[in-house]
Write a protein that binds this ligand. Structure first.
Ligand code: ADP
Ligand code: MG
Length: 367
């Protein structure tokens, strides 16, 4: 293990910023800390860096407890959201900063800066000052500066949040490539689930100072442990069902009741891709109307509405959309192919939470 947190709690006065957090980052991994604003992500980074000390619990780097070890002794590289470059220094001097502090000789510094400039395609920019650089270029210099002294761990706190969408996309690719080349252990904070899914080996999902789930992007997307994770990581349709006559229902939609008693309430979720849509209003189990189509690049998101007023989100490729001859306002039909039980009344973490249910043919596929 490269870095491990064991039962770490941190308070600021009355505020518990993180509570009883445990996770481990393996050597060479790129781990994303994902959660809404205020969920404790920055606090976790600052604890790892040694800028904060935990109220309780242990922080271990390469097996050694570092709770009392000051930040300068942890060999950590930092990158923050607001590119904290030194304004009065050239790009070269910014990148060289940490090396000069370590009293590297001139020749070694020139070589190291050259190496990183080549890696990050900064060669032509080294004599410029920060105000002569674009946001994306500045962030690449910040990355080079953090990497220059050869840190054991790279900590990135929402590093691309301040640049516009296209540059952000580019910087993500840089980060992934750099990480592949250098194999440096990196912890990356973001509130953007797509960004986390795109760059990370594994994702730690936070909410209100607590760790909700840790897993690969695929695991947290396909097998979310609870409703918070399900809704935060991607789009999820959530319905509250009530069992009547041995069938779990929400308006006209029906699901198997798994032997639950009448009157039992439960919440289920299903991803847009599990909602199959036909342009023929009688082809699939449930009739509906296509309310609105959102064009999201190569995929489309469809908002459909049942006669009972439920709004359900589906998605499909452009090709399928054209093939099915769909248009906003038209009657359609749909069926739900798979769903997950998110919680049951009086039993918020039901065993079913770990399973995805395929709809039985009688309910899901029927004509
Ligand atoms: P995130 O990075 O996920 O947005 P933070 O780790 O910054 O979350 O904050 C977690 C919680 O701790 C928030 O409620 C925040 O207001 C509080 N907090 C963070 N830093 C301080 C501080 N220095 N003093 C008091 N409260 C703080
Ligand atoms: Mg933060």
């Amino acid at each position: 293990m490269s870095i491990e947190l064991k039962n770490v709690t941190k308070r600021y006065g009355q505020v518990t910023a993180v509570e009883d957090i445990s996770f481990a980052v393996t050597e060479g991994e790129l781990l994303a800390l994902l959660g809404p604003s205020g969920s404790g992500k920055t606090t976790v980074l600052r604890l790892i860096a040694g800028l904060e000390t935990p109220a309780s619990g242990g922080i271990f780097i390469r097996g050694l407890q570092v709770n009392g070890v000051p930040v300068q002794k942890r060999n950590i590289g930092f990158i923050f959201q607001n590119y904290a470059l030194f304004k009065n220094m050239t790009a070269f001097d910014n990148i060289a900063f940490g090396l000069k502090i370590k009293h590297w000789g001139r020749q070694r510094v020139v070589e190291r800066v050259g190496e990183l400039a080549a890696l990050l395609e900064l060669e032509s920019l080294l004599q410029r000052f920060p105000h002569q650089l674009s946001g994306g270029q500045r962030q690449r210099i910040a990355i080079a500066r953090a990497l220059a002294p050869g840190p054991d761990v790279l900590l990135l706190d929402e590093p691309f949040a301040a640049v516009d969408a296209q540059i952000r996309q580019e910087l993500r690719q840089w980060l992934v490539r750099l990480h592949q080349d250098l194999k440096v252990t990196a912890i990356f904070v973001t509130h953007d689930q797509e960004e986390a899914m795109e760059v990370a080996d594994r994702i730690v999902v936070f909410s209100k100072g607590r760790l909700e789930q840790i897993g690969t992007p695929r695991e947290v997307y396909e097998t979310p442990r609870n409703e918070f994770v399900a809704r935060f990581v991607g789009v999820m349709n959530v319905l509250e069902l009530e069992v009547r006559a041995s069938v779990a229902r929400c308006q006209e939609l029906e699901f198997p009741a798994h032997g639950l008693a009448d009157g039992q309430k439960l919440r289920i979720g299903f991803r847009p891709y599990a909602v199959q849509v036909s342009g023929d209003p009688a082809a699939l189990r449930y009739p509906a109307v296509l309310r609105r189509t959102y064009f999201l690049g190569i995929m489309l998101r469809l908002e459909i509405e049942t006669p009972g007023g439920l709004v359900i989100r589906s998605r499909m490729s452009k090709e399928d959309y054209s093939r099915l001859d769909l248009a906003d306002g038209r009657p359609i039909s749909f069926q739900i192919r798979a769903y997950r039980v998110l919680s049951k009344e009086g039993d918020p973490l039901a065993n079913e939470v770990a399973a995805t249910h395929q709809m039985p043919p009688s309910l899901g596929e029927g004509i």
